[in-house]
Design a binder for this molecule. Structure first.
Ligand code: GAL
Length: 750
């Protein structure tokens, strides 16, 4: 997907691609490096170069990024004496070794700009300035060490440190935020760089979906360049998918769509992508004067500002801003009047004509659909299943009195850890007993079985991974076996001392017993790391013939801890493909041995901050403009087309809770409809050919363009002409406008 994604970014007006480097992807075991396939960093940088773009390489190697363990290998936590991101010798020596490895690799391939390559900036650490305090006296020496270690690499290009307020010369401190117009680098010799402008936000399983309106993103960018910004980067312009177990946590979704300008599937998100493209073009029309001119600031009234740049060759550009969060206004600038919607910036590359206003979205909106496409054309190729044994399979790995930490035990080789124990109940104690098991866990999830029967599941969530749960149980006389499958859903990604955050059970009690509640916490517990199916690599296609798989014409539904395998067809066409897992519980999926990732169509609460409309005005936060309350956070799971063979594709599912595998389908991501809104007050400028001569007299000549990728528009559903009163009572509410004419155009092809 990389060449196409980079080309789409270039078409969207990007000059430069910024990427993190994921240490735990590149060094899965100490000294064992991996740069193949999706981790082929050199190949990626070359693709960027071949597209004619620059590159910013954020080596970190701590990166956060909603990526497992913030990108640092889990094994490093178990190197004796290591504390991450502080003045700690083992950490520093490993960080230096990995940074040097990456820098040397780039140098060898001549990829730094100083060598004629595309890399113009490199980053060390990531937002350390924001969390120095808890690290006490060891914070500053570490931050300064990181800067000098980086400088000593001699790349010939500048180093940056984001959110590092005291980055020492010549390292440039940069800004990460929804808005960075007020940011000032720590020395006048340093340019004003914005490394992370978040055009949306990430998701956790069980939450509704955040959206950042394009009007607000454009507003923030225009303000930044108006106020002297030099480089602005979207984090993320495309976030893609956290395949396998790379999603961090706890509970970060497999999708890293982020409401970004290019969606998870690699398609343009409209109008966002195009609105920002138009913004980029407009700013580039100002490029010469922005670079060579001097700026001045003018107040045009309350909440009304002009940032004006003039150069020696007579160039004049202006950014006119209305920062009022409610009122649309009309301003006078250099004897002309301009209409400025609330919370908007107009860009004037000649101090006269408006070529762009951040609140006037000219681009069409594309509505996307996931259209079901059958998993198999013939039912002849049936399903095979493998059922996990409940509790310890094979021999236990450990036996302890009491609990051990989940992550310290699995070292994250797997999400799964069995905690099992048994206890005796006298027959005389059974009668009339209301028995229940009470489980406390640091997180992230548990599946509980008593005497091989599922008694329940429990989970934490994205804001609190720990949980307590009570499950009613039916005990039997004699020996009772309690088997608790503890699960992680992505490891912590950031925060002070984040690598010490644990998971797993902390207390297990049985209530309703003869003598009240019995605490099993310090019982003798036997542990087993991982699943039997993982041990046999059932997800690998060459294990397909594995005699452990049981072919079944009608495999049972709603069974916990079951592996399913089936031969599937390639969905027709070339639309991107998602796997629809709505009928399933929770687990993991693979196609032809490639890990699609964790799936979990966990629904958010109906009251999880959703609103029926989204007001772009005013400061954005991820609590604004949410959708999908009461719906699964993530129903579809991206399966890249390149993972399919022309025929003979093996889909493997591991289901933890129980679901209906017969309802799993592929879906194709396609455009379902397009729509657009335009007004006679919108600039009527062709940004491609604008040479300064077009007068701003677009009034009454509004123009709208609609197009569908790959298909012809066959039906125009409606055209509504709205007449907005000169002084709308409520400018935010477009419904206040009267509908003058409604042309029902259905069934009339155009
Ligand atoms: C930043 C961090 C990024 C990413 C982002 C949120 O603080 O640097 O790596 O985690 O937050 O998406």
């Amino acid at each position: 997907m990389w060449p196409k994604l980079v080309a789409e970014a270039k078409d969207g007006g990007a000059d430069c691609i910024e990427s993190y480097v994921f240490w735990n992807g590149h060094e899965p075991a100490p000294g064992q490096y991996y740069f193949e396939e999706r981790f082929d960093l050199v190949r990626f940088v070359r693709i960027v170069k071949d597209a004619g773009l620059y590159m910013m390489l954020r080596i970190g190697p701590f990166v956060a990024a909603e990526w497992n363990f913030g990108g640092v290998p889990v094994w490093l936590h178990y190197v004796p004496g290591t504390v991450f991101r502080t003045n700690n010798e083992p950490f520093k020596s490993h960080m230096k070794r990995f940074t040097t490895y990456i820098v040397d690799m780039m140098k060898k391939e001549q990829l730094f700009a100083s060598q004629g390559g595309p890399i113009i900036l490199a980053q060390i650490e990531n937002e350390y300035g924001d969390i120095e305090q808890p690290y006490g006296a060891d914070a500053k020496p570490y931050a300064m060490w990181a800067a000098s270690m980086a400088l000593a690499q001699n790349t010939g290009v500048p180093w940056i440190m984001c959110q590092q307020y005291d980055a020492p010369d010549p390292v440039i401190n940069t800004c990460n935020s929804f808005y960075c117009d007020q940011f000032k680098p720590n020395s006048p010799t340093k340019p004003k760089l914005w490394t992370e402008n978040w055009p949306g936000w990430f998701q956790t399983f069980g939450e509704s979906n955040p959206h950042r309106p394009p009007e607000d993103i454009a507003f923030a960018v225009a303000r930044f360049f108006g106020k002297g910004g030099s480089v602005q980067n979207y984090y993320v312009y495309h976030g893609g998918t956290n395949f396998g177990r790379t999603a961090g946590g706890p509970f970060i979704t497999t999708s890293y769509d982020y409401d970004a300008p290019i969606d998870e599937y690699g398609l343009r998100r409209l109008p966002k992508w195009a609105h920002l493209r138009d913004l980029h073009k407009s700013i580039k029309l100002c490029e010469h004067t922005l670079l060579y001119g001097n700026s001045s600031f003018l107040s045009l009234g309350p909440q009304l500002e002009a940032d004006v740049y003039t150069d020696n060759s007579g160039g004049c550009i202006a950014f006119l801003a209305n920062v009022d969060t409610e009122k649309d206004k009309v301003v006078t600038f250099q004897n002309r009047s301009y209409d400025l919607p609330a919370w908007s910036v107009s860009i004037l590359p000649d101090c006269k004509n408006v070529v762009f206003n951040t609140a006037k979205v000219q681009s069409q909106t594309l509505m996307m659909d996931m259209v079901p496409s059958r998993l198999q054309t013939s039912k002849l190729d049936g399903w095979s299943i493998f059922r996990e044994k409940i509790g310890i399979w094979g021999k236990s790995d450990l036996v302890r009195n009491g609990f051990i930490d989940h992550i310290n035990t699995t070292k994250d080789y797997t999400d799964y850890l069995w905690y099992t124990t048994s206890f005796h109940v006298d027959r005389s104690h059974l009668a009339g007993g209301n028995h229940a098991v009470h489980i406390d866990s640091k997180g992230h999830a548990v599946q509980a079985f008593l005497n091989n029967e599922l008694i329940g599941s429990a989970y934490g969530n994205g804001s609190k991974s720990s949980f307590s749960v009570e499950m009613p149980i039916k005990l039997r006389a004699g020996k009772n076996e309690l088997s608790l499958l503890s699960m992680t859903v992505g490891l912590q990604t950031a925060g002070p001392f984040y690598e010490w955050v644990g998971a797993g059970l902390t207390s297990v009690k049985i209530s309703g017993m003869e003598n009240g509640t019995v605490d099993l916490s310090s019982n003798n517990w036997a542990y087993k790391i991982g699943l039997e199916g993982e041990y046999y690599s059932l997800f690998k296609p060459d294990q397909g013939k594995n005699e452990r798989w049981m072919p079944q014409t009608e495999p049972p539904k709603n069974q916990p801890l079951t592996w399913y395998k089936v031969n599937v067809d390639v969905p027709q066409g070339d639309d991107p493909v998602g796997l629809d897992m709505q009928s399933m519980g929770k687990g993991q999926a693979w196609l032809n041995g490639n890990a699609i990732g964790r799936y979990w169509p966990r629904t958010s609460s109906v009251s999880d901050r959703c609103t029926s409309s989204c007001n772009y005005r005013g400061s954005f936060s991820p609590n604004k403009c949410r959708t999908g309350c009461g719906q699964p956070t993530q129903r579809w799971y991206h399966v890249p087309r390149s993972w399919f063979h022309p025929s003979g594709n093996t889909l493997v599912i591991f289901e933890e809770k129980g679901g209906d595998h017969t309802k799993i389908t592929f879906s194709r991501r396609t455009v379902s409809s397009v729509c657009s809104f335009v007004s006679e007050h919108y600039p009527l400028i062709d940004l491609e050919s604008w040479d300064g001569s077009t007068p701003d007299d677009g009034r009454n000549a509004a123009k709208v363009k609609l197009s569908c990728p790959k298909v012809k528009i066959s039906l125009l559903l409606s055209l509504r002409v709205l007449e907005i009163p000169a002084e709308p009572a409520d400018p935010i509410n477009k419904e206040a406008a009267t509908i003058r004419t409604l042309y029902p155009l259905s069934r009339r092809p155009v």
